[in-house]
Design a protein around this ligand. Structure first.
Ligand SMILES: Cc1cc2nc3c(=O)[nH]c(=O)nc-3n(C[C@H](O)[C@H](O)[C@H](O)COP(=O)(O)OP(=O)(O)OC[C@H]3O[C@@H](n4cnc5c(N)ncnc54)[C@H](O)[C@@H]3O)c2cc1C
Length: 395
């Protein structure tokens, strides 16, 4: 399949209709925190998505997914990103999508049976627990959480936060120091920690821009108070935690960027529709104002440019692998996050007071996607990394 194949075009058309007709109507339940009604209806939509064969777009077919390439999944991700709930309905939401990928790549047959299979089926959820409040997440080689061998077990002790979707997760993949004396990129390992074990404590869902959220739409602070897991819960080789985290982040950044483009497109549609409808004087629509016209033109240009950049990065990663595409990935990570913020800001401003309400999804995205410039590497870290590599070529 390529990006213009009839097969992909049909998938995108079906998904667009499904998102518009089945998923977007559920958004007010999320925006009004009516989780009791939202969760069963979301489950019903997930069952429908599965029945349509549109489940797990990013996962290889032998694991029950659609087997799309990164470029193809990028196109899908844009369509799903138009809704606050799109990725969750098709079981390709972060952080589960990344956890599935590393369990496929590094999980033992036993780990795949116990953790991957139910995750792929949508029967359980998971979280990824790396960042610590006391240490800089932008330097993931520096952390305090330890996993100490004791008999046949690891005993894990540490404090994490911003473990997205920890609330209700069946297991966490935890980054912990297993050898403090090793070279800095080989000190940490990734270990699977079931959340029902003694010593695992979800302290709270951290309030983010005034919202604690719930379930997969939350960010957990966790204490690991001497949690004991068998050494067979080690994911990949000991000391490979950093390397596996990097592997997870490459495609993950492409998924996020294309999701953000979906958000931009929805916000753009809302802005344009509002501008032609809203009159600022009798018979005079907001859309007649040159300021609005500038926002429309600037947003259109930025979104188009962002999409081409992301698809180019995805194509390079598909063809040449993550290492070859690392400059492109850093460039899209900060560039698209910036476009997202500018487009959301213009859409919110164009709606006036309505933009500040939860009558549209714009304010929710404006609050929560401010984080796009921070998670998966802050802007400054990506700019520094890519600029240094470029400058080296002039040395
Ligand atoms: C919504 C959200 C979801 C998240 N989900 C997860 C998750 O599921 N699992 C998980 O483990 N973590 C998660 N995180 C944490 C995220 O990965 C970290 O916030 C990120 O790595 C930055 O680390 P920090 O917050 O400790 O900031 P710090 O490392 O303290 O950095 C603070 C600021 O300093 C600046 N800075 C840092 N380094 C440099 C540099 N080299 N050059 C110039 N400036 C620099 C940047 O502006 C940066 O924003 C999430 C965060 C958010 C906001």
């Amino acid at each position: 399949m390529n990006t213009t194949s009839p097969e992909l075009t049909m998938i995108l058309t079906t998904l667009r209709e499904f998102v518009t007709e089945e998923v977007i109507p559920l958004e007010p339940l999320l925006l009004n925190h009516d989780y009791d009604h939202l969760l069963p209806q979301l489950q019903a939509k997930r069952d429908q998505a599965k029945a349509l064969g549109l489940w797990l777009p990013q996962i290889p077919q032998e694991y029950g997914g659609m087997g799309l390439s990164l470029v193809e999944h990028g196109r899908v991700s844009e369509v799903l990103g138009r809704s606050l709930l799109g990725h969750y309905v098709f079981n390709c939401q972060a952080p589960d999508a990344g956890n599935m990928e590393i369990l496929i790549e590094h999980g033992t047959p036993e780990q795949q049976e116990s953790y991957l299979k139910p995750l792929l089926a949508g029967d359980i959820r998971s979280c990824f627990s790396m960042t610590e409040p006391e240490n800089p997440g932008s330097n993931p080689t520096w952390m305090s959480t330890t996993a100490v061998k004791d008999g046949a077990d690891y005993v894990i002790t540490g404090h994490k936060w911003f473990s997205t979707a920890a609330d209700g997760a069946a297991f966490a993949i935890v980054m912990a120091i297993t050898d403090p004396a090793a070279a800095k990129h080989q000190r940490a390992s990734q270990i699977i920690v079931p959340t029902h074990l003694p010593g695992f404590r979800l302290v709270r869902n951290t309030s983010v821009m005034g919202e604690r959220g719930l379930g997969w739409a939350s960010h957990g602070e966790i204490m690991y108070d001497g949690v004991r897991v068998p050494q067979s819960n080690l994911l990949g080789p000991e000391g490979a935690g950093f390397m596996i985290a990097q592997e997870r982040l490459g495609p993950g950044r492409i998924h996020h960027c294309m999701r953000w483009i979906g958000i931009c497109e929805r916000a753009f549609d809302l802005m344009c529709a509002h501008a032609v409808r809203r009159e600022v004087a009798p018979g005079h629509a907001l859309a007649e104002q040159q300021t609005i016209q500038n926002w429309v033109a600037e947003s259109r240009a930025e979104i188009n440019a962002a999409r081409l950049m992301v698809l180019d990065a995805a194509h390079k990663m598909d063809q040449q692998g993550q290492y070859a595409a690392r400059d492109e990935v850093s460039l899209i990570k900060f560039y698209v996050a910036g476009v997202l913020q500018r487009v959301l800001d213009r859409a919110l401003q164009a709606h006036g007071a309505l933009g500040m309400t939860d009558e549209t999804p714009i304010a929710y995205w404006y609050r929560h996607e401010r984080a796009a410039r921070i998670y998966d590497g802050p802007d400054e870290v990506h700019k520094r990394a890519v600029a240094r590599r470029i400058l080296q070529r002039y040395n």
